[in-house]
Structure formats: structure tokens, C-alpha cells
Write a protein that binds this ligand. Structure first.
Ligand code: ACO
Length: 162
């Protein structure tokens, strides 16, 4: 099992994984238009953290780091159906936090969580209370009424992965 993180950089192997991740999102997030998923996953300003097993992608998180604002917006998060509830979702989120802090220098994440995923996000340290100053994120992330805005503060020192 390995965890990788990159944007659409044109590397063949990366493209194959990003297409696999896009297919997982399309299946696991049926309310999201497929064209919208493809556009964000392939967009060069978005990055994806992926769980890879036997050279195949089993899940991932696509996010947009707003480097100047020091926060990231999680666009999509999913694990393929037959691999859910095995702890991959938690490990994925921990890798995302580590990467976002150490590489992107972010302090927070925001996401519009689906109603049925709120429990998962709470277990990952997200809250419905938004502490981040509005002028740091307003106008950057778009309003979306299909979910609940949630925030996670990234610990400045905690080792999130081993
Ligand atoms: N509601 C409540 N709790 C949950 C949920 C849920 N939907 N999913 C997982 N959990 C809990 C688990 O029980 C576990 O709790 P525990 O630590 O007490 O045992 C903990 O969260 C972590 O579980 P993992 O096994 O690490 O989670 P998993 O690998 O299944 O990944 C995920 C979670 C990503 C939500 C997965 O179930 C999934 O792909 N679901 C369908 C797609 C989805 O809803 N994605 C999020 C949409 S919102 C967005 O994309 C911005």
C-alpha cells in the first residue's frame, strides 16, 4: 500500500491513476456531474492524494491548495466500494494533512461535506464551526448548497503519518 500526491503533471502512470480516481468519484458521488469531476481532477491547480495498492488506485482526495490564503478546499473524497470501512479513508486524510502542511504550508482545510459523510469528517477532526477568518476564504471557495461547510485545523507539529 502506498500514498502518493500530485497534480496533473502529464506523467503517464500518474494519468492512469487520476483516471482511475475520477471513475471512483463518479461512482461514489452520484450527485456530482461527471464532467465537473473530470474537470477538477484533471485541473492543474488541483492535487490528488491517492491510495495505491498493487499499482491500482483504490481511493483518494482531490483538493485545491490556496497557497496565499494558507487553506485547502477538499473537492472530492472517496474510497472504492469494496475497500470502504477498512481504515483507508482515515490514513488517506492523514497523508493529506501531512502533505498540505509540509509541502503546501497550509493551516486549514474547508470542505462541503455530503450529509452522509459528516460522521466521517468529524472523525477526521472536522467541525461545523468555521474559525478561519472569512476574509481568508470568502470569494475563494464557491457556495454549494448540496452540503455542509466544515473546517479542519492542521496541527503544526503532529506527526500524521509513520
Ligand atoms: N458516516 C459516519 N462514519 C463513517 C462514515 C460515514 N459515511 N464512513 C466512515 N465512517 C467512520 C468509520 O466507521 C470509521 O470510524 P472508527 O474509526 O470509529 O471505526 C471512520 O469513519 C474511518 O473509517 P475508514 O474505514 O477510514 O473510512 P473509509 O475508508 O470507508 O472512507 C469514506 C470513508 C471516504 C467516506 C468512504 O466511506 C466513501 O468513499 N464513501 C462514499 C463517498 C463519500 O461519501 N465521500 C465523501 C463525500 S463528501 C466530499 O467528497 C467532499
Amino acid at each position: 500500500l502506498k500514498f502518493v500526491c500530485f497534480a496533473n503533471d502529464g506523467v503517464d502512470e500518474h494519468m492512469i491513476w487520476l483516471v482511475g480516481l475520477k471513475n471512483i468519484f463518479a461512482r461514489q458521488l452520484p450527485n456530482m456531474p461527471k464532467e465537473y469531476i473530470v474537470r477538477l481532477v484533471m485541473d492543474r491547480s488541483h492535487k490528488s492524494v491517492m491510495v495505491i495498492r498493487n499499482n491500482q488506485v483504490v481511493g483518494g482526495i482531490t483538493y485545491r491548495p490556496y497557497i496565499s490564503q494558507k487553506f485547502g478546499e477538499i473537492a472530492f473524497c472517496a474510497i472504492t466500494a469494496d475497500e470502504q470501512v477498512k481504515g483507508y479513508g482515515t490514513r488517506l486524510m492523514n497523508h493529506l494533512k501531512q502533505h498540505a502542511r509540509d509541502v503546501d504550508h497550509l493551516t486549514h482545510f474547508l470542505t462541503y461535506a455530503d450529509n452522509n459523510a459528516v460522521g466521517y469528517f468529524i472523525k477526521q477532526g472536522f467541525t461545523k464551526e468555521i474559525d478561519l477568518d472569512k476574509d481568508r476564504w470568502q470569494g475563494y471557495i464557491k457556495d454549494y448548497d448540496g452540503g455542509i461547510l466544515m473546517e479542519c485545523k492542521i496541527d503544526p507539529k503532529l506527526p500524521y503519518t509513520d
